[in-house]
Design a protein around this ligand. Structure first.
Ligand SMILES: CC(C)(COP(=O)(O)OP(=O)(O)OC[C@H]1O[C@@H](n2cnc3c(N)ncnc32)[C@H](O)[C@@H]1OP(=O)(O)O)[C@@H](O)C(=O)NCCC(=O)NCCS
Length: 173
């Protein structure tokens, strides 16, 4: 149902619109105000069509961008180069339709041969769909940082997950 490909600059407005929905309405991201596409340009430019930092989009039959997923630098210091942080956002009308699964399948395949050892993901909780998706892709819970984000006048916890790039055969489903 979905095709997944590398994002291009022409996708940036659609990706920004998807992200802004979650910025404005949810605590899934801890950004507090929506962005223009121009403001998201440096984030876009941090991803490439080779190497460990990828940005993929899922499109429907009509070619509309229904979601995106990325692997990004996790922390700045160079010994962290072999760790990436995964992230995925589907358009609200694509939730529960396999969009996240299609994106993560292609994303992890795209970095299969890169110099990456560990993939991490931070999930502000509650977010059962995200936790389910990450566990399906072999992520295991590491622990929870409590009250690390304040949004909508409340504090929120973030559950962290990790997986090796290469899963043991039995860990994958
Ligand atoms: C999280 C997200 C990417 C998952 O993608 P999706 O296309 O909705 O999920 P899929 O249809 O591919 O299904 C993946 C799993 O999530 C489960 N799921 C989907 N919606 C769910 C919900 N509302 N509650 C619980 N589980 C849910 C599916 O049952 C499936 O679980 P399984 O693997 O155990 O069968 C998507 O829901 C989304 O974009 N959510 C908003 C943004 C977000 O939370 N991003 C992650 C930030 S950490």
């Amino acid at each position: 149902m979905y095709s997944v490909r590398a994002a291009t600059l022409d996708d940036l407005q659609a990706l920004t619109d998807i992200y802004n929905h979650y910025v404005i309405n949810t605590t899934i991201t801890f950004d507090l105000r929506p962005f223009t596409a121009a403001e998201r340009r440096s984030w876009f430019d941090d991803h490439h069509t080779s190497g460990p930092h990828r940005l993929l989009v899922a499109t429907d039959e009509a070619g509309s961008c229904m979601g995106y997923a990325s692997t990004s630098r996790w922390r700045a210091k160079p010994a962290y180069d072999t760790t990436v942080e995964a992230s995925v956002y589907c358009r609200p009308d694509a939730i529960g339709t396999g969009c996240g699964t299609a994106l993560y399948s292609a994303l992890f395949e795209s970095i299969e041969r890169e110099d990456v050892r560990t993939i991490v993901a931070g999930v502000s909780v509650p977010n059962p769909a995200s936790i389910s998706l990450h566990e399906r892709f072999g992520f295991r819970p590491v622990g929870v940082f409590h009250a690390v984000g304040r949004k909508f006048a409340e504090y929120w916890d973030v559950a962290w997950f990790e997986r090796p790039l290469r899963l043991e055969p039995r860990a994958a489903r």
